[in-house]
Design a protein around this ligand. Sequence first.
Ligand SMILES: *Cc1c(COP(=O)(O)O)cnc(C)c1O
Length: 464
Amino acid sequence: MTKLDNHYPTQELQARDAAHHMHPFTTQSQLAAKGARVIVRAEGCFIEDSEGETILDGMAGLWCVNIGYGRSELADVANQQMRQLPYYNTFFQTTHIPAIDLSERLANLAPDNLNQVFYAGSGSEANDTNIRLVRTYWAMKGKPTKNIIISRKNAYHGSTVGGGSLGGMTGMHEQGGLPIPNIHHINQPDWWSEGGDMSPEEFGLARARELEQAIETLGEDRVAAFIAEPIQGAGGVIVPPETYWPEIQRICDAYDILLIADEVICGFGRTGNWFGSQTVGIRPHIMTIAKGLSSGYQPIGGSIICDEVAQVIAEGEFNHGYTYNAHPVAAAVANENLRILQEENVVQHVRDVAAPYLKKKWDALTDHPMVGEAKLVGLMGSIALTPNKANRAKFKADAGTVGYICRERCFANNLVMRHVGDRMVISPPLIIKPQEIDLLIERATRALDEAHAEVIKQGLWEEA
Ligand SMILES: *Cc1c(COP(=O)(O)O)cnc(C)c1O
């Protein structure tokens, strides 16, 4: 990486940031006291901070920079599109070439009969669209009260009022009066934390059957749709037992409800196929997309909708839209991102090279005294930290205390790895090479050793 001159001392940048910039999902006062890490540039799988430290980005930004940093083709396309047509809307019976190209490419990439795309600026907005879309679909079919959407606890579907309501994050529901009416949450398939004495297979079936029970209780004539991430991302990379998704698909087939797969993280190669739905073997009516769609180079999201639903919606006016629907610059960049992923066979690289290479080393982390289980599907993975692997015990400290210590040790070792409670999660750029995977494991191991020592020192190595 060539170094850019950093004209401002870090402390000055941090003070100016703290003075005026409010950060998401952050306790402002704590961050202000500590100072945010200032990221100044990035290349491939590495980011660089204002102190000149080079950090391996084990999270691909926020699960999104699938193609890696520094692809000048994307900058060139944005530049060209801004000069030619920086903006035009698609409301007034108008369209533009980036929207046409991207929609066609997405229809070709998406499975089966998923052929229509409705754009948004983000994953949250796309899920807001989905709420209105599925309810409008049933209303247009003469069933306006078929309007309940079933989701799951600890799911993440975004942070708008609609997205946050669909999601199952208690911390979010506690603020701002969420969820909106007619959203129903069932339990998640997290065997490690909630499986008790059941085998993973039994537990997967039991949790899937909660969907059937909910439909029976609420009434099939009231339930519009079920929404879920093929593999929960922000919830801690929870990989469901093998029995879970086939049972969910059976239930969705048996009852007349729509299946929405939130592919915002799983989509575009993350799990070793183009879509997570293919990896877990489901046939959704609608897929939510964002993040990897543009590899984060531009903000864009959307819904890919099956013919059956799109045809019903097409009979009336759908009173819904965003100023930046199919924004031409974002659409052009997304299209170029997907072209590169296709032409450079990045998804095959994940499936055949990077994921199998990482999986061996990731699984071996369970040899560490603090690591209970290790899960990896494609290039999204997690490890559960525990003081006792045999009974999957939690630490005696508040949930997340030990995870936070571990995350701090990762940062100190120039590795970005996030914690969700006491699970550590990774989601590196899909272009990661074997020697970079070696580095990731080396730094993660050092961070785990240091965190382990720190946990013992603080007297936290005790079962709850
Ligand atoms: C990130 C995320 C969203 C929200 O996307 P934003 O672009 O942040 O609004 C929705 N669903 C899932 C599964 C996500 O991971």
